[in-house]
Design a protein around this ligand. Structure first.
Ligand SMILES: Cc1cc2nc3c(=O)[nH]c(=O)nc-3n(C[C@H](O)[C@H](O)[C@H](O)COP(=O)(O)O)c2cc1C
Length: 125
């Protein structure tokens, strides 16, 4: 998407994370739906981001991309979901970014845990 091109165009690598919607259980031959395929891909992405950081690199996931174009250009089979794109590389200097991005280049606050985790049924509000 044009918004992401502004900052992602200089990344060393653009990675596309895909997940398989089905899998073949050991000892069987027929594929069955993989209910947690997006969750599993999310876990893989999280670890990629942690490992990149540990190695002194930086990874930034983005949902703002043309999923159909990614599927076509990369010849992703129908049984795979295109989940997310990741810009991976060394962190560049802020001056390389358009002015409008500068404010976002500081750590953001965190939502209180109480708004994210709850016991029992979903709260009404
Ligand atoms: C589902 C999802 C989609 C995102 N898509 C984009 C995106 O298209 N472009 C972008 O710059 N950042 C995107 N982000 C990254 C966030 O804007 C944010 O930079 C990132 O989650 C880290 O911010 P935080 O440290 O404030 O949590 C996305 C994040 C999530 C969870």
């Amino acid at each position: 998407m044009p918004f992401n091109q502004q900052w992602a165009q200089n990344a060393a690598v653009l990675v596309f994370v895909v997940s398989a919607r089905s899998f073949v259980r050991p000892g069987t031959t027929e594929p069955v739906p993989a209910r947690s395929h997006s969750f599993d891909a999310g876990a893989a992405w999280a670890n990629l981001a942690l490992q990149a950081t540990k190695l002194g690199w930086h990874a930034h996931g983005m949902g703002g991309f043309d999923g159909e174009k990614a599927r076509t250009e990369l010849k992703v089979p129908d049984d795979y979901e295109v989940e997310i794109a990741v810009a991976l590389g060394r962190r560049g200097d802020k001056s390389l970014l358009p002015e409008s991005f500068h404010k976002g280049e500081t750590p953001s606050g965190r939502r209180p845990l109480a708004e994210t985790v709850f016991e029992g049924a979903f709260p009404a509000a």
